[in-house]
Design a protein around this ligand. Structure first.
Ligand SMILES: [Zn+2]
Ligand SMILES: [Zn+2]
Length: 317
């Protein structure tokens, strides 16, 4: 579709190729494959620019007059998208710890994609690889194999990690709508930015805000927080905390990370039994994602929740 638009407007070949590399992930994969970049560990600077731009734009909030409605928007979109990442990108798409309808699957795939962490298939593929190779050479974001910064926010900017290893996600690539989100993963964040802009303009007669200030707080600030909370599970939760189970890698249970990531900080529990919808194994291990999913199950929105058995909970190796 995009390729045809470029053909129609007679854009020069080099420019067309550059734009397609940005806007069509299928094209970008084919392009890099032809250039034999599949194992290239170097940073892809084309991907770094939007990632750092998001941080820079978030910083411009210091020039915006503070309004509680802007704070509420940032908090609301942080909570919604953090839940979409932990509850759906992680516990549903990556681990299938519960079931849901195709519509809800698409809805949360779309909401998750607005967090600008690529599509659900790419995310699940890399995460499943992490569980197979945890803290070993083929773990792309182990802080014990690579350095801390790489495990936190370097690995996904490497050329070789741009690709989706489809052998890990055969169950997901049969859903055309998910494949479409993965191919055009820039679209969901762009739609959210547009909606926030219109919301800000609509509310501007009542509050001292504008479309731009609503976008900066509702999208950019909350996205930066969702980023670093998510990344902290890969970096911090494999270094600091307690290891209840001998899981043959360095995953840790970390209360603080569990709080900010809605339960993902019980990472050693999670590596012990990744098939459990509940990552806080005991009542005092706060797991906000699990409480929300349990609540949704009351209405049949999600069902067949898989939990950890008592014997597995007590088996420490
Ligand atoms: Zn891990
Ligand atoms: Zn996992």
């Amino acid at each position: 579709m995009i390729k045809t638009c470029f053909d129609l407007y007679l854009i020069p070949y080099k420019m067309k190729s550059f734009l397609l590399k940005i806007f069509d992930n299928d094209y970008a994969e084919r392009y890099y494959q032809s250039k034999k970049k599949l194992s290239d560990e170097s940073i892809d600077w084309l991907r770094v620019i939007p990632f750092f731009t998001i941080h820079l734009i978030a910083l411009t909030a210091i020039w915006i007059k503070f309004e509680w409605i802007l704070f509420a928007a940032a908090l609301g979109f942080f909570v919604l998208r953090m839940f979409a990442i932990t509850g759906f990108y992680h516990r549903y798409f990556s681990h299938k710890t519960f079931k849901t309808s195709r519509f809800i699957q698409f809805l949360f795939a779309f909401i998750g994609a607005t967090a600008a962490q690529r599509g659900p298939i790419w995310w699940a593929s890399h995460h499943r690889r992490h569980h197979v190779n945890s803290d070993q050479e083929n773990d792309h974001h182990s802080p014990h194999i690579h350095d801390f910064l790489w495990s936190h926010m370097g690995w996904f900017l490497a050329k070789k990690n741009f690709f989706t290893d489809r052998k890990f996600v055969k169950d997901l690539i049969k859903f055309k709508e998910l494949v479409w989100i993965d191919r055009f993963d820039w679209l969901p964040p762009s739609i959210l930015i547009m909606l926030l802009y219109f919301l800000g303009e609509y509310l501007s007669p009542v509050y001292q805000i504008s479309g731009t200030s609503m976008v900066i707080w509702g999208f950019f600030i909350s996205t930066v927080f969702v980023y670093h909370c998510t990344f902290a599970v890969n970096s911090i939760a494999h270094i600091w905390g307690k290891q209840r189970y001998e899981t043959r890698e360095q995953s840790k249970n970390n209360f603080l990370i569990a709080l900010i990531t809605f339960g993902e900080g019980w990472h050693n529990n999670h590596h012990h039994f990744p098939g459990s919808i509940r990552q806080g194994f005991y009542w005092w291990e706060i797991d906000f994602t699990y409480y929300c999913l349990k609540f949704l199950s009351l209405f049949g929105i999600v069902y067949n929740l898989r939990t950890v058995s008592k014997s597995l909970k007590q088996k420490h190796s």
